[in-house]
Design a protein around this ligand. Structure first.
Ligand code: ACO
Length: 401
């Protein structure tokens, strides 16, 4: 049946599927995911190969435009991003108004939405050229907002990057450069962040991406759609899991490192505690990103000379879960965020910035999905419901209630 005529053929029959566990919301040519076999690929290239051989900007281009760029295309893309990396000075005033203790995800979502006010032309995406300009604008400005958000927390003055650096190198410098101190770029950090960003770059119709597509489907602008995606990502059941994992591992360590006690809590249905970083809506075998990240965590911490007891606790939990029928029967394996926070921590990134780093990685995916949705002229996203409330009632005046 032609999908457009389905509704008239079924005469308004509505499928109830809480959490959209069995509902496809679109056709997409961006990311392929086989949860049973643990396969993930972007535009046909395996995540393993991309994480090993490509850099983040190439992957961003691939996701958004469908093909790996040649040298000339990549240079042009990068130059256009650099040209658009200035954020209006007045945005600093908005940032100033936030309390220092504000969660960076709330700040980032607000600032990203505020960008529309300073770039009203970005809402107009009628032509391919307008759309391209909007895309390079957000790719240029978003890392600045990320770095400013972190610098505000660490009490460092806000700064712009260095146009001579690569995209990821520049992000790190914008985050960490201390005034009047020499800044030496660490290739270990650049490579580690590049890989983490690639692993997070897209994951088909997850909660935040579906949010971006649904907000964008009303023809709200890209910045507003991304801002909504950031809010969706914030929650601990989604991107916020990387922060929650680290806090959980810290709590286990502070409690004497008794992993068995926490395994028991996770299995106790009366206890709201869940083993953060375990389980996935789609992966019912293993998360291929988690495999890559586990190896990367060992490498990066080794290269940086960091010995982190938290890593040992994480490995202990994973070992125990793999042998525990509760986790095995429910196919609960470590997901991408079980180990990512340990790497971010080793890199010197504060815990409440972890989900912001996820957003930085997911940005090209959100853009690609939004662009695909707009180019395909998808209809506005508008699910139905099954009404289970009161039926007809007579109004009772206030004094009689
Ligand atoms: N710890 C303990 N039990 C769990 C966990 C967990 N982390 N995850 C799922 N379960 C149990 C549930 O209690 C449920 O048990 P039951 O069948 O006895 O009722 C069963 O496994 C199925 O879980 P659901 O919540 O129904 O699975 P769903 O697909 O809705 O949720 C989710 C997936 C949200 C990822 C869940 O596994 C979870 O909360 N994990 C912890 C948070 C997390 O790591 N989120 C990051 C996801 S990856 C990402 O967004 C990047």
């Amino acid at each position: 049946i032609d999908i457009k005529t389905l509704r008239s053929v079924t005469k308004g029959v509505t499928t109830i599927d809480p959490g959209f566990k069995n509902t496809g919301s679109c056709e997409s040519a961006i990311t392929f995911l086989d949860g049973e076999k643990g396969i993930l690929s972007y535009r046909g290239y395996s995540i393993e190969e991309l994480a090993e051989k490509a850099d983040f900007l190439e992957v961003a281009f691939l996701l958004i435009f469908g093909e790996l760029p040649n040298k000339e295309q990549l240079d042009r893309f990068h130059n256009d991003i650099k040209k658009n990396s200035i954020v209006d000075e007045d945005v600093k005033k908005i940032l100033d108004a936030f309390p220092k203790a504000a969660h960076p995800m709330g700040v980032l979502s607000s600032l990203t939405s505020a960008l529309t006010a300073f770039n009203p032309e970005s809402v107009n995406v009628d032509s391919e050229e307008d759309m391209y300009n909007t895309v390079v604008r957000i790719l240029g400005k978003f890392p600045v907002l990320v770095a400013w958000t972190m610098r505000k927390k660490s009490g460092l003055p806000l700064d712009y990057g260095d146009k001579n650096l690569g995209y990821v190198e520049n992000i790190l410098k914008m985050m960490f450069k201390v005034p009047n101190e020499d800044y030496t770029q660490s290739q270990i950090l650049v490579n580690a962040l590049d890989k983490l960003l690639i692993l997070h770059a897209d994951h088909e119709q997850n909660c935040s991406t579906s949010t971006v597509r649904i907000v964008g489907s009303s023809h709200a602008g890209l910045f507003a759609s991304i801002s909504a995606g950031i809010s969706a990502l914030w929650g601990p059941l989604h991107g916020g899991a990387n922060q929650a994992v680290l806090e959980m591992l810290e709590a286990i360590k502070a409690d004497g490192g008794d992993t068995k006690k926490y395994m028991a809590k996770a299995k106790d249905k009366e206890d709201p505690f869940r083993l953060m970083g375990f389980g996935h809506r789609v992966y019912k075998n293993f998360d291929p990103r988690a495999k890559i990240i586990k190896v990367a965590a060992d490498e990066v911490l080794g290269d940086l000379g960091v010995k982190d007891p938290i890593l040992d606790i994480a490995k202990g939990l994973e070992r125990e879960a793999l042998e525990d029928s509760y986790f095995v029967d429910r196919k609960l394996y470590p997901n991408v965020d079980f180990y990512s926070g340990i790497i971010y921590r080793g890199m010197g990134i504060p815990t409440d910035m972890f989900t912001v780093m996820f957003a930085l990685g997911r940005l090209p995916g959100w853009i690609a999905q939004w662009r695909e949705m707009r180019l395909k002229k998808e209809p506005i996203g508008r699910p139905r419901q099954l009404y289970v409330g009161e039926t007809k009632r007579a109004f009772v005046p206030l004094e009689k209630r």
